[in-house]
Design a protein. Sequence first.
Length: 147
Amino acid sequence: MIIKPISLATTRKGFFQMKLFTQAQYDKMIENGRPENRDTDHYPVVKLFMLNMLSMQAQCVWLLTELDPDYPDHAFGLCDLGFGTPELGLISIQEILDAQGPIHVIGRDDTFKGNFPISFYAAAARHYGFIVDDDVDVVRFVPKPRP
């Protein structure tokens, strides 16, 4: 995974917080979260991760598809907290931010592009025990057309 530099801003805790979403990503996730779009199998819009600064490894990964327009702190997506059981569900953006500390920072993978609906990433994650975003790994879980 190649991580591009992200603009930094200081949080109230004194730790560095990366800008989680671009305006375009935020707008797309709000659009996906509107009531008329909620039953759609959306493509992931953004990939976030928690990086351990000592090991330089991502410990947690989130693929987010939507934000609730009424409560934009509430997101939906695929979560991998590093326990081998990734799952689809609701995520609090504030809880992600609160997980930051002196050796843990939250980042956004600007190289990620969701090329499949979130259900395919979820199927691949259940199979592997962690989120995979390589098209070669995910495409194995794309349903084959029936003859």
